[in-house]
Design a protein around this ligand. Sequence first.
Ligand SMILES: [Cu+2]
Length: 172
Amino acid sequence: MSKRVSGARVALPMLLSLTLMSAALPWAAAQAAIEASAAWTRATPPGIAVAVGYLTLKNTSKGRRGLLKITSPNAEMISLHQSSVDANGVSHMWPIAKLELEPGEVMKFAPNGRHLMLQGLTSPLRKGMHIAVTFVFEDEDPVTVELEVQPLVDEHAGRDAHAGHDAHADHH
Ligand SMILES: [Cu+2]
């Protein structure tokens, strides 16, 4: 019996030190390894059920992380697009087949670049609303960010591939 007692005395400090060690390991913070910030979208014009979202993603983990899916209670489907303006001022847009974040990578989604396509909106987007969007990356817990709805700005017409949002109804 005396052996067991002395064993218990040793076990408690060991447990404590193990707990402290695991708190310092990278995987202990895995839940917040993907950070989403600066997320916004624009109000939708009448009759348009599609919106474009922008944000910044950061991979704070030690490994490459691939995006599995994006969901929102406010949209039937969310996909990723890339757009750019060519030398003639014409916008081109295409789907991003696979998105991966390298360790430490910061990826910005911005007008005339990468963007989220929110298709099949459940209701029109009005200035000041917040639209929850959840990103599911491999090996990570889902990350939810709120897109703040900015006013619809006409000055982007002709520069932004999404000036005509309804064009998106034709492709995925
Ligand atoms: Cu698009």
